[in-house]
Structures are given as structure tokens and as C-alpha cells.
Design a protein around this ligand. Sequence first.
Ligand code: AHR
Length: 538
Amino acid sequence: MTTMKRRDFLKQAACTSALLLTSRSPLFAANQPCKIEVLLDEPIGTISPDIYGHFAEHIGGVIYDGIWVGEGSSIPNYAGMRKSLVDHMRRLNPSVVRWPGGCFADSYNWRDGVGPRYQRPTRPNFWINTRFLQEAPDGPAKYDPNEFGTDEFIAFCRLINAQPYLAANVRSASARDFYEWIEYCNAPAGSTTLARQREANGCRDPFKVRFWGVGNESWGCGGDFTPQEYATEFRRFTSWVPNFDTPPQFIAAGPNSWDETWTRGFFEALTRRSRGLLDRVYGWGLHYYCGTAGKSALAFGTEAWYELLRKAAAMERLIDNHWTAMGEFDSDHHVKLAIDEWGAWHPAGTEVHRTHLFGQTSTLRDALVAALTLDIFNRNADKVIMANIAQLVNNLQSLFLAHEDQFIVTPNYHVFEMYSAHQNGQSVRTVFSAPEVGQGENTLPGLAGSASLHGKRLVLTVVNPSTTETRETQITISRATVRDVAVRALSHDDLRAHNSFANPDAVVPRDSSARVTGADLVYAFPPASVVRMTVALA
Ligand code: AHR
């Protein structure tokens, strides 16, 4: 911890010369310094650790070349799992991982992926007909060897200390396939034929899988259902499922981004049958990709910088919209949101290998997308029970890039590493006052973030989206006195900065310093930055 001199603070220009109103703040007056007010007596809810969840689909280079390198590989591994990826995941408290899809889930037969590996069938991958893969060389991205199946996925989750979240096939498999998969995973040792099969495959004890997705994007690749048809499927798939010692928590396939018709249609159809059926829904699985802006993940200007961040920030309105729609049928809000796919989605061209469908190189801009989004989840801790960034490695907004023996972490990884400090904290309302940035429809609040309380420790994370302005900011924490503060900041002079196999540490967080002034804090948030402050309270 270091401190900033008071005269440096006073020397800084005031934040604005105009009267401005930020989305969450009172009127922002001329010549006022930027302000953050943490309101400890306005709790929002406990931040579910599962908000910091992940997603790994059998797609492109996520499983093969990403996680799974095989037991006989010269690449260092734990029972076939890439060692460097596992070691990095362990530092994040990853909490939960969703698998095997995505769209792939609704073509997957779980039986293909259990038993002796050499006997497992090779199947065409769900994504084989994409133009990208048609132009790519043959390999596991096109023809899935099923070397990585349920047992391997559970082993991966155990290695990284995460809960498994299995997404079941509703489009092309039966309800029986679904409950038999649950039986294979969760039936007590020796109790049934499938429990004995699991034991013969090397896993005597039940996996105790709690989270079960009932289909994926059932409005699209998951079956082209109407919401009413999907509600019928959901009821059928979740009726009289054996409980074993692990009551399943079902995540229903929710809407595509802004489609409230899907949300209302499903909830109306489900509750028309019986309101009690809401008890079967643990999470409503919202998917939101904020897309892209500019020419590519790496080629964009200032305008596209703000455009993408503005689209990412729209997550807050999206949550509000669906929450309101759900409340029309579920007034107690028994069902919470599981945002089980989110992230930026850039055009092809920056992937690290020709087989990595949807692979992209993440820059500092994507790190800000991740931080803005995680802050929104924290601020909505009363509504969001789980979230899974898409996807873990070699895909859309990934934490890692890997090919053969090469491996790097992306700036997104650093954001997760910084933000995991929020897990299990009490989210508290925090007011940010700063001049807006961007232009026209791509205007954003000048500072955004979230705060969580963990006993006498406060974690505050803040994004400064301005491409040029340092924000000298006074931070007050109601009812508390600051004893000490540690600051970590992720930023770079180049908005397009990213890590690569040749330069793996181009974007890394660094320790920084804030000044403690009486009960308050003063910090200069650098332009284009993500900052975490860990504050010890007296
Ligand atoms: O994450 C890539 C794909 O995006 C998933 O398979 C699908 O669910 C979504 O449309």
C-alpha cells in the first residue's frame, strides 16, 4: 500500500465544467471532484460465488487443444488435462463450470463419453457444417473422439475445485436419457446398474452433480420450440427425476438477449399448469452476447471502444427487463437469473489456430467488457444466482488461449482474478459521480463499479471507460473509517493491447496506491482501467 500526496489530489483538474447527470448518481455539479459513495447500510444481497462461473463447450479448440491434451501428451498435464490451465484456474475460485454446450449439448449422447476411451465412438461435431470448420483441417473440432466425457469433466471440476453444471439434450434425446445421466452421476455407489457402470469406469463415489441445464437455447439450436412447447418439455424432463442425495437444481433454457416474449411465454405456460411448478426452476438461463464494434477484436478506434462498452453495459437493463417480466408470474421471485452465456463476440480472424471456431484474441477493451459485466452482476446480487462467461479457452471471450504447447492468459483472466474477491460478499449500493464519456448513443457513465462487504473488509471494483481522462476521485464509505487500502489496477496506454504467445505479459495488473484522508480515500483512476481496492475498515 502506498499513498498519494494531498497536494497532487488538489492539483488535479476538477472532473467537469458542466452539469452532468450520471445514471446512478444525483446531479453532478460543476467543478466537483469525482465521487464514489459506498453505502454500507444499503445491502443488496450476497454475491453468489457462482456469478464467477465458466463455460466449456465441445466447440473449436475449447476442449481439444484447450483443456484436454491427453494423458500420453508431452504437454504437461494432470490425467490428460492441460496443467497450466488447471493451475491458473485454481487461483480463481472458479465455483462452477457449464458443459458440454451450448448448441453442442442438444446433439450430445452422454453414453458416447463414458467407458474405456479406445472404445468410444467418434461423432461428427454439432458445429461441423460451419464454413469456418469446413475450411479447417480434419481433427477433433470436426470429428469428436469423445475422449473427454462425463468422467473427465468431473475430474476437471475436481481438479479446479468447481461445481459441475451439466447441460442436457432436449432436442434429440429423451427424458429417459436425461434421468439416466443423472443416475449415472449421482446414484449411490453400487446401488444401480448405472452406478456400477460408473464404478467400473473408475469412479465409485457419486459425482453429486447439482446443476442441470434442461436444454440450451431451445428457441433456436436447441429445438426451435415455442416458449409454450418448451414449457411442456421442461415439465416432462423434470418430472419425477430421481433425487438420490443431491436434489437437482434445474436451469431452464431462457431467452436470447432481449426476447421477453420467450420469458413471458414460458412463465405463463408453466404457472398456468400450476404455480407450484416454479419450484422446479432454480435458474432462468439468459444468454447475452454484447457483440462487437469496429473491424475486429484487434482493429477498432475510440468510437468502437465506447460502442462495445455501451453494449456491454446494457446487461443491466436486460436483467431489469427480464426480472420484471418474470415477476408478473413469480411475484415472490423464487426463480433467479442464471446468465449462463455472456461475453463479446468478434468476427473470425484473430483466433490462434484454424480449428478454433469462434476463437478470438481479447484486448484491454474486452477486459473492460468483463469488468463492467461482473460489476453489474454484483450490483444485481439479489437477482443473479449464476453466470458463465463464454467461453473458457480458445473461444469467444476467453480467459486463456492455447495451442499445442503454447499457453497464455488473456486480460479477461486478470479481471476474474481481481474480481473473485467479491465472491460471497454482501453487495452494497454504491453511487458513482463522474462526467459521462463517449458520444451520442454510445454514452456511458464516467465511472462504474460495485462494492462488497466481507466483515471488516470492503472490496470495491471500478471501471474508468474514458480513453483519455484520469479520474481523480474521492471515495467515502458511510459509517466506516478506512484503516488501510491495497490497490490493483489493470490498464495500458494502448487500447488494443493484448497478450500473445510472443508477449504473454503485455497486459497485467499492477499494484497501485491510494491516499487515505481521514475517513475517506482518494485515488486517481487511470484512463481505460479496471481497478480493485481492498479496504480494511476500522
Ligand atoms: O458460445 C457459442 C454458442 O453461442 C453456443 O453454443 C450457443 O449456446 C450460443 O448461441
